[in-house]
Design a protein around this ligand. Structure first.
Ligand SMILES: Nc1ncnc2c1ncn2[C@@H]1O[C@H](COP(=O)(O)OP(=O)(O)OP(=O)(O)O)[C@@H](O)[C@H]1O
Ligand SMILES: CC(C)(CO)[C@@H](O)C(=O)NCCC(=O)O
Length: 259
């Protein structure tokens, strides 16, 4: 049986199947012309089940759900949970209201612990938004999603700056220790803001566990990673954590604790 996994993010839609985890990406923002080709690809796979995570584009999610119904595919948009449990791990969601946590952050947390077990993790997703989430390892196989930070991603920071101050040029330059041109001043400000956000969270995580591992993902990860590497030697760029989390949940269905 083919299971289709779908990560519907703010900018991009990523998908794969349970048997073939190689992800395909479609940038959906401001576009609708991709649907026909995408649906044709999915039809060719003849999935019987669809497991997704959606935080954006409700109209697109609705249209996809209708498409799944039309073809009799069983579908689930997986929401956050109070606890995820499978054969090897238990992850507790410490959000005040666990259901208010973004589905992408929760599914990525499950993907992160599945991919890098045995460690306290700082999971950083630099996409439209930057999120920095701490997952503490409590004991063998037992983890807590302790909470995290949400900030604009680099592109949104640039947009916020130039929307608010139209006289500024919206060019991104390069990082400089002492920027002497506007575009470099903006690039340096944005990169340092992203780096600072991660380092602050890492400091706090290190109070809970002295040796956290940083996992970095998202479309803007490559833009910031070189500036984090000096400060954080143990940094792994690890994309598609949401899809990995969906795979873990799809496999665990029936045994996981859905609360
Ligand atoms: N080289 C780059 N430098 C800076 N930003 C980039 C770069 N490449 C992509 N981005 C930004 O990354 C974002 C897309 O990230 P991603 O592919 O993680 O999308 P996503 O999965 O939809 O994530 P999100 O749900 O946060 O949007 C866009 O805002 C895009 O402008
Ligand atoms: C923060 C974003 C936008 C990141 O994609 C998403 O996870 C979301 O809409 N979250 C809901 C709010 C929260 O996680 O607290």
């Amino acid at each position: 049986m083919t299971t289709l996994l779908i990560d519907l993010g703010n900018t991009a839609l990523k998908w794969c199947t349970l048997d073939d985890p190689q992800p395909r990406t479609v940038v959906h923002r401001d576009r609708t012309d991709f649907k026909e080709a995408l649906y044709a690809e999915w039809l060719a796979l003849r999935p019987e089940r669809v497991v997704g995570s959606a935080v954006a584009a409700p109209n697109l999610a609705f249209s996809m759900t209708k498409f799944f119904n039309d073809h009799g595919w069983v579908w689930e948009w997986l929401r956050p949970q109070a606890v995820f449990r499978n054969e090897t791990l238990t992850l507790v969601n410490c959000y005040d209201n666990p259901m208010r946590l973004g589905a992408d952050r929760w599914n990525a947390a499950i993907g992160a612990v599945s991919a890098s077990p045995g460690r306290t993790l700082l999971v950083v997703h630099m996409g439209t938004a930057t999120t920095v989430d701490t997952i503490v390892r409590e004991s063998e196989g037992s983890y807590r999603f302790e909470g995290g930070r949400i900030a604009p991603g680099p592109t949104l920071m640039l947009k916020g700056l130039t929307d608010g101050i139209p006289t500024l040029s919206n060019e991104m330059g390069v990082w400089q220790p002492f920027p002497t041109a506007t575009r470099d001043a903006i690039a340096t400000g944005i990169i340092d803001a992203q780096v600072g956000l991660v380092l602050r969270a890492l400091d706090e995580a290190a109070r809970k566990d002295p040796n956290p591992l940083l996992l970095l993902a998202g479309g803007a990860a490559g833009f910031v990673a070189p500036h984090l590497k000096g400060a954080i030697p143990e940094l792994r760029v690890h994309h598609n954590l949401v899809l990995q989390g969906l795979a873990a949940r799809a496999v665990a269905s029936g045994t996981e604790t859905a609360t």
